[in-house]
Design a protein around this ligand. Structure first.
Ligand code: CP
Ligand code: NVA
Length: 306
């Protein structure tokens, strides 16, 4: 994995198939304690949006490696008062070993990465959530033994999660079906990119038909209908997205062994029913745990520990 040393992870397709599979293998070894890695590195967390899982899983993963974490909350650092990103990035570069950023515009993340030499990780932008996808793929692999030929159906908003699932699935041979209402489809450029990557290996489909999309799927995945920054649109979206709710009726069309995933936080009664998320099919807590193992493997790779 030495080829990952010093690199950034700004989007899922920054990684090759072999690199994703290598990170997943390392994550499994770290989770099972077959391997223990140590370092004396400092991770910075610069989050412009709320976070429970990403913040805590990155922190614990770094503490377990023996490193330190600094929370660079923008509301108490100068970047939140208008210090240019390019200045902040060059300064943080001199202090930190690795930096995870959660922000709105992908372009801001890219500016950080352009001005900081240290590895910069996308901890969620409006465009993508690649760290989540590493944990999702790890969870699917744990449940089914492999990714190739399995079908993951994502229902709801064609958002950052949909984009990263499209690319992550395409890179690993997982069929990805996105069922989204008209006007809420994923970015057509990302769909095209995923289809080009997947060509001859897996199937990438975007449809408005939720039932057809779930037919025989092994993984049924959903996310909030209004992402962070879109809170004021939440109410008007509810009736539009209702046919895409993950509930027992929709799940009856999936494979008999189908699992349910959700990146969380979940809104019970909106994108998923309480019954579905609490059911035997739900793997959301394993999925959330795997954030920690997958990101420990990712950081170890970018820091050149393996
Ligand atoms: N899934 C996820 O990224 O959760 P947080 O927003 O809590 O980090
Ligand atoms: N699409 C959601 C994902 C949260 C982890 C958001 O961006 O708010």
């Amino acid at each position: 994995m030495k080829q990952l040393t010093g690199r950034d992870l700004l989007g899922t397709a920054d990684l090759s198939t072999a690199e994703i599979m290598g990170i997943l293998k390392l994550a499994r070894q770290l989770k099972s304690h077959e391997l223990e890695l140590k370092c004396n590195k400092v991770l910075g967390l610069l989050f412009y949006k709320a976070s429970t899982r990403t913040r805590v899983s990155f922190s614990v993963a770094m503490y377990q490696l023996g490193g330190q974490v600094i929370d660079l909350n923008p509301s108490v650092t100068q970047v939140g008062r208008g210090e240019p990103i390019k200045d902040t990035a060059r300064v943080l570069d001199r202090y930190l070993d690795i930096l995870a950023i959660r922000t709105f515009a992908q372009a801001d993340l890219e500016t950080f990465a352009n001005y900081a030499q240290i590895p910069v990780i996308n901890a969620l932008t409006d465009l993508e959530h690649p760290c989540q996808i590493l944990a999702d793929l790890m969870t699917v692999e744990e449940c089914f033994g492999s990714l190739e030929g399995k079908t993951l159906t994502y229902l709801g908003d064609g958002n950052n999660m949909a984009h990263s699932l499209l690319l992550g699935g395409a890179l690993t041979g997982l069929n990805v079906r996105i069922a989204a209402p008209k006007g809420y489809e994923p970015d057509p450029e990302i769909v095209k990119q995923a289809q080009a990557i997947a060509e001859g290996k897996s199937e990438i489909v975007v449809t408005q038909d939720a039932i057809a999309a779930v037919e025989n799927a092994q993984v049924v995945y959903t996310d909030v209908w209004a992402s962070m920054g879109q809170e004021e649109l939440a109410d008007q979206r509810i009736p539009v997205f209702q046919p895409y709710q993950v509930n027992s009726q929709l799940l009856s069309h999936a494979d008999t062994n189908a699992i349910i995933l959700h990146c969380l936080p979940a809104h019970r009664g909106e994108e998923i029913t309480a019954e579905a998320i609490e059911s035997d099919r739900s793997r959301v807590w394993d999925q959330a745990e795997n954030r920690m193992h997958a990101q420990q493997a990712l950081m170890a790779s970018l820091l050149g520990l393996v």
